[in-house]
Write a protein that binds this ligand. Structure first.
Ligand code: PMP
Ligand code: GLN
Length: 392
């Protein structure tokens, strides 16, 4: 306290330490296998890391790169959107490089929201969304994805009912962290129609775009009328197994990019120079790279899902991402995922994340626990054998 008031701004008061930091610290302290925070335990392609190393040593990008991002990366982002989705973006006016998807989300929400604006977002949601909506003075309006026949689904009627005259934007995340849901063409089409009819902006976080095992990833920007309404966000972290690099981007119409850049320039000004050269090359890797990543993670998804089922969890099979959500109740554990995750390292040497942290309606997420499978096969096998001890 100073001057009789708390130090922390009141918009942030409800947000403590992120669950990822808490759980990774718990893993480090106890030596447990960390299936909590989502980061791979194998670094991305060596040839891409070499590009970054050469850039640093040869003086490429060691001084402030251009604010919107280096031209090579902006062109590579535009080429990637055209190659995978047939979406054409002008690299000069319609692409902005950010410090990870995290900054892209923050800058977009700070740019587009006025205090009191409502943001409809799919609950459970990635933790930074709630904090960034709060920092922008917005009001979050959750639409809850509910477990149904082994997967989480969106109720389109609930989504329509959540839109009010105060709604400014719909914040999507597909493939969805933590549930692994991939929105279908029908769902996206209905959301697009709603956005066009009500003249709403859509901000869509697609960082897991290449990690889809069932169905397909379709950017909502590709639906009729949506190009002008949509800010699409992605980043290099998941696609290239380089989560520490923090290079992200948005693609959007020139007006939207200009607005977001206005916020970004006062958050970080520019983003990591030498790494941008390497990510530009990564985005141009052949199709086999992207397919290989997906197939590797599909096998890991299957391994961990089968192991968790055998260990007694109810498993919600993820169609995408590198997370699997489970219900702990069949283990006879009661329904408190928080308590379960806090005690798990001591009980069997594994760390997971309680999904409740991703909910405003915490009770809706209470019995659900998320495990990451972006780890080496032998690590997942060891984790499964430890988790099986729970039932013993
Ligand atoms: N969005 C989602 C849904 C995520 O899971 C993550 C986690 N990495 C991010 C954004 C942040 O991405 P970045 O590391 O590129 O900031
Ligand atoms: N996106 C990662 C996850 O969901 C973690 C990112 C972070 O630590 N903020 O686990």
């Amino acid at each position: 306290m100073t001057q009789g008031r708390p130090l922390l701004n009141r918009s942030l008061a409800e947000f403590g330490t992120t669950i990822f930091a808490e759980m990774s610290a718990l893993a480090a302290r106890t030596g447990a296998i960390n299936l909590g925070q989502g980061f791979p335990d194998t670094d991305g392609p060596e040839e891409i890391r070499e590009v970054a190393a050469r850039a640093v040593l040869s003086g490429l990008g060691n001084q402030y790169p251009p604010g919107p991002g280096i031209p090579e990366l902006r062109s590579a982002v535009a080429a990637h959107q055209a190659r995978f989705y047939g979406l054409e973006y002008d690299p000069d006016a319609e692409v902005l490089v950010t410090t990870g998807a995290t900054e892209a989300v923050a800058a977009t929400l700070l740019a587009l929201l006025e205090p009191g604006d409502e943001v409809v977002a799919l609950e459970p949601y990635y933790d930074s969304y709630a904090a960034c909506i709060a920092m922008a003075g917005g009001v979050r309006v959750p639409v809850t994805l509910r477990p149904q026949e082994g997967a989480y689904r969106l109720d389109l009627d609930e989504l329509r009912a959540a839109v009010t005259p105060r709604t400014r934007l719909i914040l999507l995340n597909t493939p969805h962290n933590p549930t692994g849901t991939v929105l279908t063409r029908e769902e996206l089409s209905a959301i697009a129609e709603l956005a066009c009819e009500r003249d709403l902006l859509v901000v869509t976080d697609e960082v897991y775009e290449h990690l889809v095992f069932e169905g397909e990833h379709i950017p909502i920007a590709s639906f009729p009328g949506m190009r002008e309404h949509t800010v699409t966000i992605s980043s290099a972290g998941k696609t290239f197994s380089l989560t520490g690099w923090k290079i992200g981007w948005i693609t959007a119409s020139p007006d939207l990019v200009t607005a977001v850049r206005s916020a970004k320039q006062f958050l970080t000004y520019v983003s990591g120079g030498p790494l941008q050269y390497a990510v530009a090359e990564a985005l141009r890797l052949p199709d086999g790279y992207f397919a290989g990543l997906r197939e590797d993670l599909r096998a890991k998804r299957d391994l961990l899902s089968a192991g968790l089922t055998e260990a007694g969890f109810e498993v919600y099979g993820p169609a995408g991402t590198y997370f699997v959500t489970t219900d702990i109740r069949p283990l006879g554990e009661g329904g408190d995922g928080f308590a379960f995750c806090r005690s798990l390292p001591e009980r069997c040497g594994v760390v997971a994340v309680p999904n409740a942290v991703f909910y405003d309606h915490r009770e809706q997420g209470a019995p659900f626990v998320r495990f990451a499978f972006c780890k080496r096969q032998e690590v997942l096998e060891e984790a499964v054998s430890r988790l099986k001890q729970l039932a013993a």
